[in-house]
Design a protein around this ligand. Structure first.
Ligand code: ZN
Length: 445
């Protein structure tokens, strides 16, 4: 039996928006304690928790040693416990208190050493003395601990016992993927990273936004199919691209989600192409939002847009953030915690992405079927149809713009930009004119 779902609408009332923001924050809180890394149980557990919300999420495992373009899937890291005991035998640092205390991917160690030798393995932030830094050591075998600078300064001289019960063994790289099928096989790719331990904005906010968007889109009939990809940063997207290289031509639009929960304004980083539909859609949505925002050009640095927009693929994918990575002082520290992300900001990011998706769903090129001079709108029932669709305001200009620019070359985003009218008004005009037989059904965009 064919399931009949309503056509997608991004509209949310204030109560629903508040609830969504709280739900997203709730998922962040649930995932926060898990020790994620590039590989290992933390990523699996995270994906399993997400499956409770989005049952269609599939977990994929790619074996250690698999070649992926210029890289190789690495060994899997497991950690069970870690601590440092002071000269008096008491634990001064315990992995159980914060998974940020251990440098990610640390090799196992168990030995005694004087503080002078231990210091080479300790990382702190002198200018943020209360915060624990987040460090990893992915591509060289080493071990280390992270701690607040105040704690480091308080350590007495003497011998310390260091213990990291970890292992690096052949296993798998784990990633998650979910497809929501639309009316066409053309896809919108939504990607975020899942490899950071207890950090909220960098990592968990993107995950919770993608889950909320997937939940919402599942309720509607959609023009595009939506592919959600949850990968460890860099090696995960490289692996995914390597496995899916043959299917990339289906991707018509893409968004990478990262750092979407802080109180800062939205920052959108354009695709490498710079004028992809998703770039134009996001620009329109932000311009019309009334909120502060900034749009920046692509640079080959940041998150997985570096891979998706590498020259052989050049996918039409932009990066959606609030404050971008490295631009907030809590970035990669223990202060990127549950206090740093706000449910209101999460809800605002959610509404912005949904509206952008609505723009992508509705944008198309149309053809004016009566292009020789202006048609007689009244005789064709256009004004009556418009009044049924809206409060009647601004009708004529929107109708004239859509009629004039629907020459098969310009899409609705072009018309909104050229006319200076809101995209929503242009869509209404398109619907009215289509209903009255003055516009063709959309040409393939
Ligand atoms: Zn990061």
């Amino acid at each position: 039996m064919i399931e009949r779902k309503p056509t997608f609408s991004p509209t949310l009332d204030q109560k629903a928006a508040t609830r969504v923001g709280q739900d997203m924050y709730g998922l962040i809180s649930k995932l926060y304690p898990i020790c994620r890394s590039m590989t290992g149980e933390g990523v699996r557990t995270t994906l399993r928790v997400m499956q409770e919300r989005i049952g269609g999420l599939k977990i994929h495992e790619v074996a250690t040693g698999t070649p992926v373009f210029d890289w190789v899937v690495p060994q899997e890291w497991s950690i069970r416990d870690a601590y440092i005991k002071g000269p008096d035998g008491r634990k001064v640092i315990s992995f159980a208190n914060s998974n940020l205390h251990v440098v990610g991917n640390s090799c196992p160690v168990h030995q005694s050493m004087p503080l002078s030798a231990l210091r080479a393995h300790l990382h702190s932030l002198p200018d943020k003395p209360n915060w624990i830094p987040y460090r990893t050591s992915y591509f060289k075998e080493s071990w280390g601990f992270c701690l607040s600078h105040n704690q480091l300064a308080s350590l007495p001289e003497g011998d310390y016992e260091v213990m990291i019960d970890s292992s690096l063994t052949d296993g798998h790289l784990t990633y998650g993927e979910m497809l929501i099928e639309g009316e066409t096989a053309d896809e919108v790719l939504i990607s975020c990273h899942v490899c950071h331990p207890s950090l909220c904005n960098d990592n968990l906010s993107g995950i919770s936004l993608a889950v909320a968007i997937a939940e919402r889109l599942s309720e509607f009939r959609l023009r595009y199919s939506y592919r959600f990809v949850f990968v460890p940063v860099t090696i995960g997207s490289i692996t995914w691209l390597s496995i899916n290289e043959g299917q990339l031509s289906r991707i018509r639009h893409g968004l990478l989600l990262a750092n979407v929960g802080d109180a800062g304004k939205i920052t959108y980083k354009r695709s490498r192409r710079g004028n992809a539909d998703v770039d134009r859609a996001m620009q329109t949505v932000l311009r019309e939002s009334g909120a502060e925002y900034s749009i920046i050009d692509f640079i080959p640095y940041g998150y997985d847009e570096r891979q998706y927009c590498s020259p052989a693929f050049d996918l039409p994918l932009g990066c959606f953030s609030r404050t971008p990575h490295g631009r907030f002082e809590e970035y990669h520290t223990s202060a990127d915690n549950l206090d740093f992300v706000k449910s209101e900001a999460l809800a605002h990011s959610y509404a912005t992405i949904l509206t952008t998706i609505w723009v992508l769903e509705t944008n198309a090129r149309y053809l004016n079927l009566n292009p020789k001079c202006e048609p007689q709108l009244g005789r064709r029932g256009v004004y009556r149809a418009w009044a049924e669709q809206s409060d009647g305001g601004g009708a004529e200009m929107a109708l004239l713009w859509v009629l004039n620019m629907s020459d098969g070359e310009h899409d609705l985003l072009d018309i909104a930009a050229r006319s200076g009218m809101r995209y929503e008004s242009i869509v209404k005009a398109m619907r009215v004119l289509t209903q009255c037989g003055l516009l063709s059904q959309p040409a393939v965009t």
